[in-house]
Design a protein around this ligand. Sequence first.
Ligand code: GLN
Ligand code: ZN
Length: 761
Amino acid sequence: MQTTIVGYPRLGAQRELKKYTERYFRGEITQAELLGSAEKLKEAQWLRQREKGLDISPVNDFSFYDNMLDTAWLLNITPERYQRLDLPALDVYFAMARGYQRDGQDVRALKMRKWFNTNYHYLVPEIETGVKPEIQPDKLFQECAAAEKLGLSYRPALIGPYTFLRLSLNKSGKSLAVLAAELAAAYGAVFSSLAAYRCEYIQLDEPALALDLTAEDAALFERIYLPLLADKHGKKILLQTYFGDIRDIYAKVRLLDFDAIGLDLVEGGRNLELLEQYGFPGAQKLYAGLISGKNIWLNDYQKSLAVIGRLAKTVAREQLVLTTSCSLLHVPYSVRYEHKLAEKYKEQLAFAEEKLEELRILKTLAKNPDAEILRRNQEIILARQNDPDFLNAGVREQARQAAAEIVRRPGFAGRQIKQQGVLNLPLLPATTIGSFPQTPEVRGWRRDYKQGRLSAAEYKDRIKDKIKTLIALQEELDLDVLVHGEYERNDMVEYFGEHLQGFIFTENGWVQSYGTRGVKPPLIFGDVARPESFTVEWIKYAQSLTAKPVKGMLTGPVTILNWSFPREDIPLSQIAYQIALAIQAEVLDLEKNGIKIIQIDEAALREKLPLRRADWQDYLDWAIKAFRLTHYLVKPETQIHTHMCYSEFEDIIEALKALDADVLTVEAARSDLTLLASLVDYGGYVGPGIYDIHSPRVPSVDELVSILEKMCSKLDAAKLWVNPDCGLKTRTENEAIASLRNMTAAAARMREKVYHLAKSK
Ligand code: GLN
Ligand code: ZN
């Protein structure tokens, strides 16, 4: 039995690659320096993998930005707008990733989308007319050469052609069949170039096989692979799947001439059954994904051994390779870098490096089970489940009861009249999504406060001063519903986790979100509860400064859950209900303190929507219930808002309605009219963002008026709110102020127009 992994993180344990790359973007280091430091980083990681006992390392799992982009690059699928740029190759690559705006050259970046059900984002390749895939010299081959120089036992990995095609944008006008043939030829050329290297296997990642597949999809897969597998240029091919089972194609795949198949046995619900039902070809290897690549808890060896035992009935031991369920890209580097966490927490955790160790131990245990190791492993796992610091029987019980019906009364129409009576808002009320720019000054205060250089009282005073200035500013800007600016929050999830029981935090638990950006998800360690209110003081203070309504700002339960590493001993729905109860307490406290509008953000509601349609309803049911649990007890007069950071609604609009929020604000500036069409029958008020906050650009009043006109032509003006796409946290103060000034001016002009129109009717 051998061990391997599907892939490894690449930003560097101290986020070195992020730092080098960003320095390169700023022009502080040369291309040679960037490439040199990346080489060192990669080498160190490979050596560490070998030292930890890994038998085979994947290479080319590394990327300067993203593996989908790398694959497009390798196959020379570069849209014309980038080819025209007069730049060195690496800069053209980065232009595809980030856009390019300098010296009169101006191109948009490729679109970015979520990678299956993870918080990682990939770049969407565009296949244009006239572009015929062909391979160009690339890091794939350089990495193979580097691995050979180190004497490493390695396997090049790349995104497989089926997944590549499925996730790309076809702008070529060619049929899928034609593209399939072209891609097969291009991958064939890659195989042929790899023939010169010593690796035995080539790994092709095909996570798209875990999606729902139609008969045509399966046929397309075969169409690409049949010619490819007919000439492997002396290499063996590993078909690596992950993020779920491959129920729609296993029966077929098993008959194709793959030399190995990688199956996710953590998230891959039916994979084991499929193996048992259809069997596994005796001549192939099975890469058994037993160690979770998505979560950070210690592996339960007893469970893993049980799966190995079950596998043994269909697969001979010599055919088994132990691996991870997916790439370790989605977990942090190592628990070694956690200096503040107590031992009792650290021993519960396995990040990428610890997972290498787990593979080694599992391999040994599979040969001869060591009772002592198993006992100790169980002891640690049980300790977490019964940790008295994290056990809250009351909350558990309440969350279990939460399954009952949760309905806010009266319905939307009845509430609307009462709310307007209290709020007295103009037509097209103008507001923001919550955060205002987190200036270096504000971040400096927080840093000083956390490091003890600023007292709690002093810190609070400074934040309150900032809030005071912001309230005055918003009045001057003529916004109708104000916010406190979220200055006290480092991050919308972390801040909540820090004030709730049940969470623990890492110092260095960074996970790549996209490109050079990392996030540090909190860990949901035990039962969640709210010891005391933590937003009321700020919001109440802000409200005391103005006669206009100030929105209470909260993060919703599904978003908190989806942007954390969840515990695994109770269902996700129960964790969501526990968080919801904590948020509910905060909602009711805000209301009690005179706050009339409360916004509960569900930025990430869609993020963990299951890959298969059949599983959607179950997820949406509990997600909706959790959200409703937070607000169903408020008075009819209290207006509930929610905000979402994406614009794909058509397929979940019913679920959004069911959230029963009075006002829904969404990202819209970069999307087309189809979004507006799907909002037509939302029921409540809607605020599709009228400008893009991800860009430093300040939109003109005219431009904003024409957007509002477009919106009013599709949606009832009486139900529209006017707001930006998302929070303003990442903008500078000047950009935010200039844009908002134009936004409220545009709202005023649009109001005039609507009155005029009404009069003339
Ligand atoms: N209220 C949050 C903010 O304005 C919402 C952020 C988000 O949707 N990601 O920052
Ligand atoms: Zn948002």
